[in-house]
Design a protein around this ligand. Structure first.
Ligand SMILES: [Zn+2]
Length: 157
């Protein structure tokens, strides 16, 4: 069953289009338990679901979604954060590189860190370049080389 972001997260519409009209599951933003679509208050932890989501900016929602229990959602969030070069998300992405045991999440996070060029992300990429999984190490190296090239182009032009 394909799970996407909840509908009331405006960010999610764009993210879920690649999977078309897949089955949608809604989650509490606090405890991440599955919810019925129409609930306003989470029956498990009492969080006001609608209010919590609407109090967050688009970028905050994406950062928050890095904690989502569904790997595909985490990967989409990481991808979007990379595309949008959200520097504020770097600490959360770094934490994910240490905590996740999912190599596909790690790969997407590595890509995102490659796009968001900060001293911290670069530091993480140097560490990830020694990752035992070759696809991670290769992606980290590629990102490091790319940022190097970008710098050269900027300087010479
Ligand atoms: Zn809850």
């Amino acid at each position: 069953m394909e799970r996407t972001f909840p509908r009331n997260l405006t960010a999610y519409g764009a993210i879920s289009t690649e999977h078309g009209r897949a089955m949608t599951t809604f989650y509490c933003p606090k405890c991440w338990k599955e919810l019925r679509e129409d609930v306003e208050i989470c029956p498990y932890c009492g969080t006001n679901v609608t209010e919590t989501w609407s109090s967050m900016s688009y970028e905050e929602k994406l950062v928050h979604a890095l904690n989502h229990p569904e790997p595909t959602t985490v990967m989409r969030a990481a991808w979007l954060l990379g595309e949008k070069r959200v520097k504020a998300s770097v600490p959360s992405l770094l934490r994910l590189t240490e905590e996740t045991k999912d190599l596909y999440i790690l790969l997407e996070v590595t890509r995102a860190l490659g796009k968001i060029d900060t001293p911290e992300s670069r530091q993480a990429l140097k560490r990830l370049a020694h990752h035992p999984a070759r696809m991670i190490a290769r992606e980290a190296l590629r990102s490091l080389q790319k940022t190097g090239v970008d710098r050269t182009i900027k300087k010479s032009s």
